[in-house]
Every structure is written in C-alpha cells, then in structure tokens.
Design a protein around this ligand. Structure first.
Ligand SMILES: [Mg+2]
Length: 425
C-alpha cells in the first residue's frame, strides 16, 4: 500500500466559471472574459459604472474593481472594439473562441458570445477561498497559479484510493464553490499536470507509475510543462517530437548540462520535486496598459494613486504582509524602467501611497515621453510579526495598519470608491 501520489488541480475556464457563480444566467451559454487597458478604473466620476454588489447577495463577494459596467461599453473605444479573450467557456470554445484571440475575431466566430470585462479581485478572492478549503483537505498544497494547485498525498491517501479521492474532491469543490475543476494524479508534479490536461474538461485521471510510459509516449513534447517554443524547436531539430522520443534521447538531453539533467528527470516523472506549500502565493500585482498613452504627469500620478488604492485593498483582503515591492513604467519611446525594493514594514495603505509615488517619480526618467504602461507588484510575504519590522516606523505603521483595516471593511461594505486619496481628485 504505497502512499506516493501528487495531485494537480486546474479549474476549468476559471474566470468564466467565477462569473457564473455570481450570475447563473450565464450557465450553459457562450461566455468569455476579455481584457483591455481598462480605462474605467480611472474614471473621474467613479460612482458611475461601479455598482456595489451587496455582501448579502453572494457567499463572499468583496467590493469589486468594476462589477457592473455595461459589458459592451467596456470593449469599445469610439467605433473600435478593443481587447483580447482571457478565458472562454467550453460552449464558446466549440465555436473556435480561444485565449489570446482578439475580441473582434471572437465575435466574428461566435456572434452571440457574451463578453464580460475582467474582475480580478473576484477571481483572486475565489482562488484564495478555494486554497483555504483545500488546505483543510490535503495537508500540503501549493498554489501554482491563480487557477492551478498541486497537492501532496504522500503518507496521506493510499495509492489505490487516489482515484476515489480525487473524484470526491472534484464533487466537493463543485458542491461548495460551484467551480468545475479537473484533477490529475501521478507520482510527480509534471506528470500529474499532464494527466490533468488529458482529463479536461471536468475530468479526473490517475496515472500510476507503471502507466507513465504509455501515457506520455505520444504526447507532443511542446505540451510538457516548462518546454517552451524555443526548446521544442531545438528538440525538433534532433528529431524529438513526442515525449516518447525524448525518453529515447537520454544521452543527448543529459548532455545539455544541469538543465538537461533536470528536464530528463521531469520527463520521466523521476524528478522528486516537492509540493511547496510556502509558495502558496507568489505575489499580488496590478498593471495597466494604456490604449492612449498619458503625457500629463498630473494625470499619471492621479492614476497611480488609484491603482495603489486597489492594490492595497487586495493585499489587505488577502491578509498578507509583503516585504518586496516592484514598480515599472513603460514609455511611448519603447523603453521602460523598473526597480524592486525590499523593506520590512508593517503593511499599511498610507505608507504604500507615499512609497509608490516616490519610486514612480524616480522611475519617470523620460519626462518628455508619454506613459504606456504602469505596473506594480508585491511579493515575499511575511507574517505580521512586529519583531521583523522596521523599529523606527513600527509605532506609526501599527496605527496606520489598523486604519487600513478599517478602510478595508468600509470598502467591503460601501465599495472601492467610498474612500479615496486626496490626490486622485
Ligand atoms: Mg484553468
């Protein structure tokens, strides 16, 4: 009775599924979530277009970035339709609609497609809630991306019970979260991930150790996690088209140094890479690309303040304390500037506004060029342990952290725009 399985979960058309949780009229329909530079977040008249979803109307609906825009308006820029498809429901995929396709092309293929603007805070929150649930079912879970997780069943579930366990888990997730998920299991992370792909949509699949070879042999090498376009092209030059071909090219692949060795082990399912629960969240970031680059610096900083407010709210909602912050600006001249800072401060919105503005001013090194892109991200989370924070700032930060807590509650209740920074007006 071995206990050595790793499971991989991949939520089916996750963004579209989240939207369906809150609007069951979307069930069974051709639905897609698309994204664009998101001009609405910068509206000077914010009450308009941002209708608050009442907390009582859903299980855990947070205040939303832009819950209730007129869906068609979101994608319009004058007479032009902008944006690309982020996630399409399987009904829409049947018409050929897929990720990264332009909204324009998607509507041509599927004229009755229901297009929705993205609601990232909702997706992050649902993903986070699901992770919290999973942590109560599987002791070691790793969040791999917003809609993919690994779990370690070693020592927990006997191998022969894996199939029943993941089917039950799939039903539980559907029952509690109304989210369809596909689950794969095998003795390594990457084979488990391949098993999930084979099970999609809404399936489960276990690949036992002695089944790996026959399972992978005809799968194209480019499908293997981490083998990108460049590497598959290189392998194709050696006649390696499938994972089976790669298995037979051990000497060649191992001759590519450390990376080659690692890759070969992974392809065989013999890498022993652990499920890392600590990497549960890599970071919280926000970025916006402008369809119309911003020349005016006052307008730029007004927008940065707005982004920081939304960013701060997300960080607070997830209850983490970042210690590394990265900022970047993309200029119309094609250049960009970015920088990352590590500092041990108890998180609070007041600090984040000041710090961000100061750093963006330093990054604004081409004052005569318009700004095309604004990005910010927070990583390396630590616990709220005062011992590890900057002592000179801790008193004030503690006060400000409490205030931010209150702000978060108020925004949950009355919406993101109820408390804004003076510089946004
Ligand atoms: Mg997915």
């Amino acid at each position: 009775m071995m206990r050595s399985m790793i499971i991989h979960l991949d939520l089916d058309c996750f963004f579209a599924s989240c939207e369906r949780v809150h609007n069951s009229a979307l069930n069974g329909k051709c639905v897609a979530v698309g994204g664009r530079g998101d001009p609405f977040i910068f509206d000077k008249n914010p009450a308009q277009g941002k209708k608050l979803m009442n907390l009582n109307s859903g299980a855990f609906v947070p205040s939303l970035f832009h819950a209730q825009y007129d869906n068609k308006e979101y994608f319009k820029d004058g007479d032009t339709l902008r944006g690309i498809i982020t996630t399409a429901s399987y009904e829409a995929r049947a018409y050929g609609v897929k990720t990264a396709m332009s909204v324009h092309e998607a509507l041509r293929l599927c004229p009755h497609l229901i297009l929705l603007p993205p609601n990232h805070l909702l997706y992050h929150t649902m993903s986070h809630e699901l992770m919290e649930f999973l942590a109560t079912v599987v002791p070691v879970m790793e969040q791999y991306s917003i809609d993919e997780m690994f779990g370690d069943l070693r020592g927990w579930i006997a191998d022969e019970d894996t199939d029943a366990f993941i089917r039950e888990l799939q039903h539980q997730i559907m029952g509690q979260f109304k989210l369809p998920v596909s689950i794969g299991a095998s003795c390594s992370k990457w084979i488990a991930k391949l098993a999930t792909s084979a099970a999609k949509p809404y399936g489960t699949r276990v690949i036992r150790h002695d089944e790996i070879e026959s399972f992978v042999k005809d799968i194209s090498i480019g499908e293997f996690p981490g083998v990108g376009k460049a590497l598959s092209a290189k392998m194709a030059r050696y006649g390696i088209k499938t994972i089976g071909d790669a298995w037979r090219s051990e000497n060649l692949i191992r001759s590519w140094g450390r990376a080659g060795h690692d890759l070969y082990q992974r392809l065989r399912g013999e890498d022993n890479e652990p499920v890392q629960s600590k990497r549960s969240r890599k970071g919280i970031g926000l970025s916006r690309s402008m369809d119309h680059p911003i020349e005016e610096r006052d307008e730029l900083y007004r927008r940065i303040h707005i982004l920081v407010r939304h960013w701060s709210h997300t960080i607070m909602k997830l209850g983490v304390n970042p210690t590394t912050y990265a900022f970047s600006l993309g200029f119309d001249n094609g250049l960009s500037s970015k920088k990352q800072y590590t500092l041990y401060r108890l998180f609070n919105e007041h600090f984040l506004h000041h710090f961000s503005i100061e750093k963006f001013r330093e990054l604004d090194i081409y004052p005569h060029s318009s700004i095309r892109y604004i990005g910010m991200s927070a990583t390396k989370f630590t616990s709220h342990d005062p011992k590890s924070f900057d002592l000179l700032e801790i008193q004030n930060d503690t006060k400000m952290n409490k205030l931010t807590d209150v702000l978060t509650q108020i925004r949950d209740k009355y919406g993101m725009d109820i408390v804004r920074n003076g510089s946004e007006l």
